[in-house]
Design a protein around this ligand. Structure first.
Ligand code: HEM
Length: 454
């Protein structure tokens, strides 16, 4: 029921066109379109299909939908389109099954376990940074994508990943990610079935990825009996996981779905976050110098897990990148009963969207939101209200990789920045691109050695 002070329906976002609504704006200028919604509080209607979807811009409403009233909502329709790729893995499953799987997968992301992954993260970041030469211009987004894929695959499969399987996964993944994105956006649901060269290439990459993962699962099961010592990787932890009630292990099929979900969810997101982070450091030399000074004063390379807590400024740079340049995509929930939000009533089946980027650029909660200011995260500053800073979501679908991603961003930023200063390449025009993630395109940066006195 609308309240006396509210009109009967939420305001509609500007720029709605006949028939296609806001779809063109979201397709062509997603970041600008999402930015324009920060002016609405706490809810605004968008037309992306036959029915309106409501973008939640008020942190309190986001918290209700994701946490306190989560039982009234399920994942939106776009998740159905991801099922052919992710099966019934964590990102697409719901209810009791999701909870069971979450409990089985969680130990592999325990803080203690993540501390073990730091060595791998630092080694791979150092190898990548050492492959650059002074004065070289690098495409930072591409470099970070390759690096984060190497980090996820090496931590998932360290004990069993041979070079050819690694290469297969690394080649297939970007093509599969692109295919998923085009499928989610396709309103006809037919495009991916047409025998175009692009679709054939995507289907082939998907097959190769599936085969490579199945091969790794079988190789690891066979090999596990021989292994008596050594640090467990994520795959071996998942193989050993047992349901607390039934004592059952995961089936190979389920294991496959979880692994592919982790690869997909954990690659482009972290890479996008890191690419934006270097973009901002390049634009703010004083913050870059502070970061380098902190490393000089408090860190011994290669980084180890016990050194990370000393890197306060670097951690705040990571948080600020996650706020202002949030790399995640949009999150969608569908009401499974009639609901009330923001003083309006909505029918069962209504879809709600929230974008961390919109929430994180709200001037009411983040003064001067487009100013990249890591100091806003200093402990003596007032914290953002609940639901206002949600780079990893919230509630029972909270990103399982949050600690992993934060550790990765911190370790990579520190390792690269200790060796090089990345400055914007002359003339390169960086553009924000929103596919399934938000990342910079054409981020060409020059690799400069650190001056002695830096
Ligand atoms: C900066 C990097 C990352 C960001 C911004 C991010 C963001 C998110 C968000 C917002 C969600 C919630 C989606 C929803 O509620 O529908 C999520 C879920 C998830 N993320 Fe991440 N993520 C990142 C890195 C990772 C990494 C590194 C991994 C794994 C290695 C990962 C694995 C997952 C999984 C499996 C889920 C589904 C969890 C569930 O529904 O139980 N993510 N992520």
């Amino acid at each position: 029921m609308p309240t006396a002070s509210r009109p009967p329906a939420p305001p509609v976002a500007p720029g709605r066109l006949p028939l296609i609504g806001h779809a063109l704006a979201l397709w062509r200028r997603p970041l600008e379109f999402l930015d324009s919604l920060t002016a609405y509080d706490p809810i605004v209607a968008t037309h992306l299909g036959p029915k309106p979807s409501y973008v939640l811009t008020g942190p309190d409403l986001v918290h209700r939908v994701l946490v306190t009233e989560a039982a009234n909502y399920a994942k939106g329709r776009s998740f159905d389109k991801l099922r052919p790729y992710l099966g019934n893995g964590l990102a697409t499953s719901e209810g009791a099954f999701h909870l069971r799987q979450r409990r089985l997968v969680q130990p592999a992301f325990h803080h203690q376990q993540i501390a073990h992954y730091v060595d791998t993260m630092a080694r791979l970041a150092a190898e990548r940074a050492d492959s650059w030469r002074p004065g070289q211009v690098v495409d930072v987004t591409r470099q970070m994508l390759e690096l984060s894929l190497a980090i996820v695959t090496s931590t998932l499969f360290s004990t069993s990943l041979d070079a050819s399987a690694a290469a297969e996964i690394r080649h297939a993944m970007p093509v599969v990610l692109h295919g998923m994105y085009t499928r989610v956006l396709d309103p006809t649901n037919l495009w991916h079935r047409l025998p175009t060269p692009g679709n054939r290439r995507r289907a082939d990459a998907h097959d190769r990825l599936r085969r490579a993962i199945d091969h790794l699962i079988h190789a690891d099961r066979a090999d596990r009996a021989d292994r008596t010592s050594g640090r467990p990787d994520l795959l071996s932890m998942l193989l050993q996981a047992r349901d607390a009630d039934s004592g059952e292990a995961m089936t190979d099929r389920q294991l496959h779905d979880e692994l592919i979900t982790l690869l997909v969810a954990g690659t482009e997101t972290a890479a996008g976050g890191l690419a934006w982070l270097f973009h901002e450091l390049g634009r703010h030399p004083h913050l870059d110098r502070r970061l380098h000074q902190e490393l000089h004063d408090h860190a011994v390379l290669p980084l180890t897990a016990d050194q990370l807590p000393r890197l306060g400024h670097t951690r705040r740079v990571v948080d600020e990148a996650l706020r202002m340049r949030n790399p995640g995509g949009i999150t969608i929930r569908r009401a499974i009963t009639d609901v009330e939000l923001g003083g309006y009533r909505f029918r069962e089946g209504t879809e709600f969207i929230f974008s961390a980027l919109v929430l994180h650029r709200n001037p009411r909660h983040f003064p001067h939101p487009l100013r990249f200011d890591p100091d806003r995260w200093l402990p003596d500053r007032p914290p953002a209200p609940r639901g206002a800073f949600v780079p990893f979501g919230a509630g029972h679908h909270l990103c399982i990789g949050e600690a992993f991603a934060r550790t990765e961003m911190l370790t990579v930023a520190a390792t690269v920045a200790s060796r090089w200063r990345l400055t914007p390449a002359p003339g390169a025009r960086v553009r924000g691109v929103m596919t399934s993630t938000n990342h910079p395109d054409n981020l060409l940066m020059t690799v400069e050695p650190r001056p002695e006195a830096d």
